[in-house]
Design a protein around this ligand. Structure first.
Ligand code: FMN
Length: 175
């Protein structure tokens, strides 16, 4: 696990080619095994591999999502806010869990923030996606996780660049 964390980086450039059925199954399993508050599992996951839809989703916000059109898969991570008041946390956990599993499978991925972000028209990125994918009103959209075969390599963050002062002992500010 620590090696997965050490080598994980956000990958935004992908080779063409779909993801095989076996890794897709593991991706689905990892999403469904993510822990959630009180085990409510308020999340919904929409796996998008239709190139036309991926192109449209890549325009969900002005910056930071264009690379989605080059991905093999976009996992739209949603949560039913009528089921849980901590759907944001639950969906965030599922988002990072699936990124770590994707990395363990040799796939590259990147988190695309949707909640609190805006489409170029001024409408919320959430509403844009809700309309595009026919998502009901009570279901919120947290993120899209782009996934594909990596076309870039990135070095791990060196251990001596970790912000060790952000770890404290017993009291705030105390090291
Ligand atoms: C909550 C969250 C939101 C993010 N949103 C975006 C995004 O919208 N677009 C993007 O390209 N990267 C996004 N990222 C990826 C971060 O930019 C990236 O994790 C950070 O720069 C550190 O780089 P690394 O993942 O390669 O270590 C997001 C990451 C997190 C955790």
């Amino acid at each position: 696990m620590i090696d997965i964390l050490r080598t994980r980086r956000s990958i935004r450039r992908y080779r063409t080619g779909r993801i095989e059925p076996e890794p897709i199954k593991l991706i689905e399993e990892s999403l469904l095994r993510s822990p959630s508050s009180r085990g409510i599992n308020p999340w919904r996951f929409i796996l998008v591999d239709d190139p036309d839809l991926l192109g449209k989703l890549s325009e969900a916000k002005e910056h930071g999502s264009t690379f989605l059109k080059g991905a093999a898969l976009g996992i739209v991570v949603c949560g039913d806010e009528s089921e849980s008041d901590v759907w944001v946390e639950d969906c965030s956990i599922a988002s990072i869990v699936v990124q770590l599993v994707a990395h363990s499978l040799g796939l590259g991925s990147c988190w695309i923030q949707i909640r609190n972000r805006f489409h170029s028209s001024g409408m919320s990125a959430e509403d844009y996606i809700r309309e595009l994918l026919a998502i009901p009103k009570n279901v919120r959209v947290l993120s899209i996780i782009s996934v594909g075969h990596p076309a870039e390599t990135k070095q791990p963050v060196p251990a001596d660049r970790l912000q060790r002062k952000k770890i404290m002992r017993n009291r705030y500010g105390s090291r």
